[in-house]
Design a protein around this ligand. Structure first.
Ligand SMILES: Cc1cc2nc3c(=O)[nH]c(=O)nc-3n(C[C@H](O)[C@H](O)[C@H](O)COP(=O)(O)OP(=O)(O)OC[C@H]3O[C@@H](n4cnc5c(N)ncnc54)[C@H](O)[C@@H]3O)c2cc1C
Length: 520
């Protein structure tokens, strides 16, 4: 693929796993005229920022890693943050990506110019200098759980003690001998609370709003033999990755695919929680709302959280926080927010033909996209980890790689100069969203409170309504009939006999798997 300095330029916003996956794909296509713009000073995204004690993946790491860069040396099945961050650094080095990344540069805004068929982009350096850039193709890889969210409690900024969000853990603050208020009880808090409360001088009061289903621990340490086999036995590493994929897909079918199976899983999780929770907390932590099924929120594997509640320096408070005073009502030295992320809106002012992404989302009841990847009115703009692409049970990196394959097919004719732009039609987007919202209405998520929904109770914008096999199937190839294309010279998408044959074979395999694993 040709590359000239004035040929189409691709800008990828964000150097997390999603942005790097896109960059690797472009390089493998032989295309190097791209720039990754990253506001921080290193790659890694989630795994660079979340340095709280005990931070780890909750997906099996052999599947929660890039298919292009398998790693036989993972220490645990659910990897800890330092190891994942090290992996991301190695991926960037190995694929020689650093020369394509601009660090400490934040994308502030972008505007599609119909005449030039380019995005005019404004970026900002750390010192406030604004730097304009242009790109024919703009790929947003800004993640989903990136902007820390704080609760709307009066007086939150008045507190004069140490305070930080779990996603921006202040490693300079020692908790020893301190009275610590933890606000929130989601996945991050359940990971760091048992670690910080290990020190008996740290007095932890955890403010909880909602209960979570907590599954039995899933972390195992890989033995030396297992790692040796993964390193040396041909195909074993790939086969093991497939095993992790299938295991997670089974989790999907057990939790979401079938109401009776969900009941069985719930009984098992309840039995585990009854056994692991100290008696005085059983009535407080086990969910009782019949609409709050296992899987309503992202699956949490126990990391010794339930047992840690028995520690004398741990207590839970379920009353809502009315306000925060300067001295934390004389009760706290440190407040740690484990209150999640802003996920309802799009944080960059990207304007397409006639509106911004944020306005488009607002007009559609929250984040909305076609296949989670393209938006009508935004030619040549792609969202990795866009609306309705998360899963709640398996690796988001898989969904992102599926999107990357799709985007690569979409941008190939732009890069080769056959077309100038492609824009998904509003009709295709609306039909797609009617379909997925109709499917989602039958899932357990439609009855419970979670960040998967706009304002926690509105439209489900976070999740894909099906297994990842279906997601892959839908995104395996673009349907060009759903796109308006500005061509240079009467370009037509190529149809390959082999591709059609391949699709039929894969279709049969997909139907076979569905028949084998069951559907609803
Ligand atoms: C603690 C934690 C644990 C998780 N564990 C799992 C798990 O086990 N399994 C799973 O599937 N998912 C998990 N997730 C979700 C996780 O966020 C995604 O799996 C994955 O990291 C997303 O990668 P990403 O590259 O899309 O986004 P991110 O990792 O969020 O990276 C986005 C990047 O974009 C950059 N950026 C944002 N805005 C701008 C801007 N305006 N200009 C320039 N750069 C910008 C950010 O600095 C960041 O580097 C977890 C999330 C958290 C917070």
């Amino acid at each position: 693929m040709s590359h000239t300095s004035d040929g189409p330029h691709v800008i990828i916003i964000g150097a997390g796993l999603g942005g790097l996956a896109m960059a690797i794909k472009l390089k493998r296509m032989g295309f190097t005229n791209f720039t990754v713009v990253e506001k921080a000073s290193e790659v890694g995204g989630t795994w660079r920022d979340n340095v709280y004690p005990g931070c780890s993946s909750d997906s099996f790491i052999h599947f929660y890693s890039l298919s292009t860069d398998l790693n036989p040396n993972w220490a645990h099945s659910l990897a800890f943050q330092p190891e994942i961050q090290e992996y991301v650094l190695q991926v960037a080095l190995k694929n020689d990506l650093y020369s394509n990344i601009i660090f400490n540069r934040k994308v502030i805004s972008a505007q599609w110019d119909m005449r030039t068929q380019r995005y005019d982009i404004i970026t900002e350096e750390r010192n406030g200098t604004l730097v304009p850039m242009t790109a024919a193709i703009l790929v947003s890889a800004i993640g989903l759980l990136e902007v820390p969210k704080f609760p709307e409690v009066p007086g939150i900024s008045r507190f004069r003690g140490e305070t930080f969000h779990s996603a921006r853990w202040d490693t300079l603050v020692s908790l020893t001998g301190k009275r610590v208020a933890v606000i929130g009880s989601g996945p991050s808090a359940t990971q760091f609370v048992p670690i910080i409360s290990e020190d008996p001088t740290v007095n932890v009061t955890q403010y909880c709003r909602s209960r979570s289903w907590i599954l039995a621990p899933a972390r195992v340490e890989y033995s030396t033999i297992q790692k040796w086999l993964l390193r040396h036995v041909p195909f074993y590493l790939k086969a093991f990755r497939w095993f992790c994929f299938i295991w997670a897909e089974n989790l999907y079918f057990a939790i979401f695919g079938n109401h009776s199976m969900n009941q069985v899983v719930e009984q098992q999780v309840k039995a585990y929680m009854m056994e692991a929770t100290p008696a005085e907390y059983i009535d407080q932590v086990i969910p009782v709302d019949p609409n709050h099924k296992v899987g309503c929120k992202r699956v949490i594997f126990d990391t010794n959280y339930l047992a840690s509640l028995a520690r004398p320096n741990m207590s839970l408070v379920w009353d809502p926080i009315e306000s925060i005073t300067e001295d934390g009502s004389g009760a706290f030295d440190v407040i740690i927010y484990g209150t999640g992320y802003v996920v309802d809106n799009y944080p960059i002012n990207i304007k397409g033909i006639d509106q911004s992404v944020a306005e488009y989302y607002r007009d559609h009841g929250g984040p909305t996209a076609y296949l989670g990847t393209t938006l009508p009115g935004f030619p040549n703009f792609f969202t990795i980890c866009g609306a309705n692409t998360a899963t709640g049970y398996t690796s988001l990196v898989f969904a992102e790689e599926v999107q990357v394959q799709y985007i690569a097919q979409m941008i190939k004719p732009v890069i080769s100069g056959d077309i100038l732009s492609a824009e998904v039609t509003a009709e295709a987007t609306d039909a797609y969203n009617r379909d997925i919202q109709n499917r989602l209405s039958g899932f357990i998520w439609s009855k419970c409170y979670s960040w998967y929904r706009t304002g926690n109770t509105g439209k489900i914008h976070g999740l894909f309504p099906g297994s990842m096999i279906l997601f892959w199937w839908w995104l395996r190839r673009p349907n060009w009939a759903h796109y308006k294309v500005v061509t240079v010279s009467g370009w037509e998408p190529r149809r390959s006999v082999y591709r059609t044959l391949g699709a039929v074979i894969l279709g049969c395999l997909g139907v076979g798997s569905v028949a084998y694993f069951g559907w609803t």
